[in-house]
Design a protein around this ligand. Structure first.
Ligand code: BTN
Length: 276
């Protein structure tokens, strides 16, 4: 499909980048299997904290739970960022939200009412605009590094999504171009996103996970809504009550009891379009 938008370029990205650590080293590729995979290789060879990998297209873009991530060429943003925090594995669920927070803020500043659907989906009026894949190898009880892989539907056309994903999946997704009614400059958007990511990384390191949790909850798409969480064979229905300090989703069931969902799929049962 023909694109009118700019190619990703180091020069154009740097023109807008205001960060010190995130994006100090940037690699831009035409096509890779997965930016997370490429960055994992660089991390194993000693890449520095803040190293960024971007690609115009992915042939094997990865989503959560083994799903694939639709990654057409030249339309969207596929970016992975390396961090080397001193974390125990149990602390990861509150480190990863720095990525969804940064993404939601960047989209919000572009003018679309972005919210975060637990754990790290970014939605606009209930439709998914972006997501985060966290990959963090653990050796000897310590997290070796964290790769935050962010995929954002920026300029992809609805017809292209429908053709690739099918009508139902395409209806559940949205691009920022569709939400705003104009095309996005991907270099400008990437620079802004990396800036917000550096900011939230700094907040996590200097003020701790509680500061991240408070900000995340202010953008929580599920808070106060009636939701259904599938945890293995169990189904938990109730109202979203934010996240706990271990990153679990808190659901208040119909008897008023707080249930903690550590992993699983969540569905909103009441009108998502009222969520702005
Ligand atoms: C999700 O399922 O919501 C997470 C999607 C994450 C996709 C991004 S695109 C850049 C990075 N590379 C990958 O292979 N996946 C992530």
């Amino acid at each position: 499909m023909e694109r009118t938008c700019d190619r990703l370029s180091l020069e154009r990205l740097r023109r807008h980048l205001t960060t010190e650590v995130v994006g100090h080293h940037v690699y831009i590729f035409d096509t890779v299997d997965s930016t997370n995979h490429v960055l994992a290789g660089l991390a194993d060879r000693g890449a520095a904290e803040g190293t960024v990998v971007l690609a115009e297209a992915q042939t094997a873009g990865r989503g959560r739970h083994g799903a694939s991530w639709f990654s057409p060429e030249g339309a969207n943003l596929y970016v992975s960022v390396l961090f080397r925090p001193r974390l125990a594995p149990r602390e990861l669920p509150l480190f990863a939200p720095i990525a969804s927070l940064a993404l939601a803020e960047t989209i919000w500043l572009e003018g679309a009412p972005a919210r975060i659907k637990w754990p790290n989906d970014v939605v606009v009026r209930g439709r998914k605009l972006g997501g985060v894949l966290v990959e963090a190898p653990v050796i000897g009880g310590r997290v070796v590094h964290v790769i935050l892989g962010i995929g954002v539907n920026l300029n992809v056309q609805p017809a292209e999504m429908a053709a690739a994903l099918g009508p139902a999946a395409a209806e559940a997704a949205v691009s920022l171009r569709e939400a705003l009614g104009h095309e996005l400059d991907r270099n400008v958007f990437a620079a802004a996103l990396l800036g917000r990511l550096e900011k939230w990384h700094h907040t996590f390191v200097s003020r701790g996970p509680e500061a991240v949790r408070v900000a995340w909850q202010a953008r929580d798409a599920l808070r106060g809504h009636r939701i259904e969480a599938h945890v293995g064979d169990d189904v938990c229905v109730g109202r979203g009550r934010g996240i706990d300090l271990d990153g679990s989703l808190v659901v208040e069931d119909d008897r008023g009891q707080a249930r903690h969902v550590v992993a699983g799929a969540v569905r909103m049962l009441d009108a998502p379009e009222l969520d702005d």
